[in-house]
Design a binder for this molecule. Structure first.
Ligand code: AP5
Ligand code: MG
Length: 223
């Protein structure tokens, strides 16, 4: 393996498993896991001005305005130095403008691979309906795969609850926005020659193995 981690973006509709896979991939490669939704939920939980503003969009399933999201991502990448060391982006970019801005921010550290985690809508609806997340560290669980003890996070001991935006109306709006705003990114990254597809319908461990294979295939020439 080369002397830095991959610069990786995960695309995938709501409930596809981006958060589940991104945290494992980031740990596997020792790189930053940057999830814009998790950042906004943490800020909302703390009641910061950013959190209060973001929550007003999130609760109804709308996208947080591009300029806010781009500012947050730029700051996190600069603070962590992850453009150089590697990262897994989960939930960003989500519009063509965000993708353009990401290229500007990364400058001479371009993305290695963009993985489209493909899961049919009927399956994501089931996953979202049963999802529960840790209020502190955002680890996702499911009613079919709960924490070991009650609704207490296995990793940090935080309360595990249902997300405020996992209501039927907000989920339908998020899926609609995925089609309108985020789907064009598949074509955007295909043109860049860095798009990979991974079937996200299997067991989470099998999906993880497929993702690692995809990353290795596209970064092998830098070994
Ligand atoms: P965000 O938090 O990113 O939500 P999302 O895109 O709707 O995606 P999810 O987190 O719902 O799904 P996921 O793919 O991470 O699935 P998960 O791993 O949890 O964004 C929330 C909001 O923030 C947005 O609506 C917007 O308002 C704002 N926002 C964020 N980024 C933004 C941006 N760039 N621009 C503008 N606004 C932005 O898995 C789902 C469930 O399935 C879990 O219960 C999990 O345990 C289970 N599961 C996972 N994998 C499997 C598997 N293989 N088999 C069975 N179950 C599985
Ligand atoms: Mg997520």
């Amino acid at each position: 393996m080369k002397n830095r981690g991959p610069r990786l973006v995960l695309l995938g509709k709501q409930g596809a498993g981006k958060g589940t896979q991104a945290s494992q991939l980031a740990e596997h490669y020792g790189v930053l896991h940057l999830a814009t939704g998790d950042l906004f939920r943490a800020a909302a939980h703390e009641g910061t001005p950013l959190g209060v503003e973001a929550q007003s969009y999130m609760d109804v399933g709308e996208l947080v305005p591009d300029e806010i999201v781009i500012g947050v991502v730029e700051e996190e990448l600069a603070r962590s130095g992850a453009a150089r060391t590697g990262f897994v982006l989960d939930g960003f970019p989500r519009t063509v403008r965000q993708a353009d801005e990401l290229e500007r921010v990364l400058d001479d550290h371009p993305l290695d691979v963009v993985i489209d985690l493909d899961v049919p809508t009927e399956i994501v609806l089931h996953r979202i309906a049963g999802r529960r997340v840790c209020i502190q560290c955002q680890t996702p669980y499911h009613v079919d795969a709960p924490p070991k003890e009650g609704w207490t996070c296995d990793l940090c001991g935080g309360d595990v609850i249902q997300r405020d935006d996992d209501t039927e109306d907000a989920v339908m709006r998020r899926l609609e926005l995925w089609e309108l705003q985020t789907l064009p990114l598949i074509q955007f990254y295909r043109r860049r020659g860095i798009l990979a597809h991974v079937d996200g319908t299997g067991d989470a461990d099998d999906v993880f193995e497929s993702m690692v294979v995809s990353v290795e295939l596209r970064t092998a020439d830098e070994a």
